[in-house]
Ligand binder design. Structure first.
Ligand code: SAM
Length: 265
């Protein structure tokens, strides 16, 4: 088959280190009948070892040249979706498999779309059993940061209010071709059986969290001065002088509940 030239616009940094690939597949732990969907199979670094372990595998790929290569291989176990993962309906059941169990998502994601893609998937979290993604290490550190950590902020709160997050491995740039400029990390995200925030409060919560972390060096009272008073924060058992970095998800939910009551009063 002709050689494929990596396309920057599709974030193509292909995994080329067999021992790393082996560790990733082991961390995913695919079972034969699992309903796995890979985002961005590329040239198959993870796809082929996954196919060796699964009855069936779905892939979503945006690059027509790569799609053509996969179609030419004519692999019976492989279901190919040619589309943009950002627009994919993960609740659908396009596969020939009529089984509608939640999918396990995996992927060495194009870094330029990784955060919007995670948010797109979290909106459909009930259709997902778990996710194993390769991302920039810096993004994984922010996703997995706990209250009080330097990297704790909007991303950690929005994702952890819906998922458990666990950093699994760090991967050096040389494990990819072409090598990216930054270190990568592999992360596991597991949707909570019950999201911490009710659907009806999601949009208010998202606005509140954005506001709370708008100026991380200022106090929580200052960031939220247009939403509620320092006294109102004290009544919720929250120190108005605290930095947003030290405000837990539970406390942010408490503020949101208070605001939703004020709005509906
Ligand atoms: N999985 C391969 C590997 O590990 O070597 C390729 C990983 S490469 C970082 C990202 C892959 O995602 C490429 O195959 C790229 O074409 C594909 N891709 C980029 N943007 C996409 C999108 N919006 N939807 C689906 N696939 C996309």
């Amino acid at each position: 088959m002709a050689t494929h030239r990596a396309k920057k616009r599709f974030g193509q940094n292909f995994l080329v280190d067999d021992s790393v690939i082996h560790s990733l597949i082991n961390a995913i732990g695919p079972q034969r009948t699992d309903r796995v969907l890979e985002i961005g199979p590329g040239l198959g670094a993870m796809t082929l070892p996954l196919l060796a372990r699964l009855q069936q595998l779905e892939v979503i790929e945006i690059d027509r040249d790569l799609i053509a290569r996969w179609q030419a291989r004519n692999l019976e176990q492989l279901i190919i979706h040619q589309c943009d993962a950002l627009k994919f309906d993960f609740r659908n059941d396009l596969s020939a498999d009529t089984n509608t169990r939640p999918r396990r998502l995996v992927g060495n994601l194009p870094y330029n779309i990784s955060t919007p893609l995670i948010f797109h998937i979290l909106e459909q979290a009930e259709a997902v059993q778990d996710m194993h993604f390769m991302l920039q290490k810096e993004v994984v550190d922010r996703l997995c940061a706990r209250c009080g950590d330097r990297q704790y902020g909007r991303l950690a709160v929005m994702v952890q209010s819906r998922c458990q997050t666990q950093k699994l491995l760090e991967i050096a740039p040389e494990s990819f071709s072409p090598a990216p400029k930054v270190t990568s990390a592999f992360v596991r995200l597991e949707p909570l059986s019950e999201p911490m925030v009710a659907d009806t409060m999601q949009s208010l919560f998202a606005q509140l969290v954005q506001q709370a972390f708008a100026q991380p060096r200022k106090t929580i009272a200052n960031n939220l001065r247009e939403q509620l008073s320092a006294d109102a924060l004290r009544q919720l058992d929250i120190d108005p002088g605290a930095r947003p970095q030290t405000i837990s998800i539970e406390q942010l939910i408490r503020i949101t509940q208070q605001l939703s009551m004020t709005i509906t009063e």
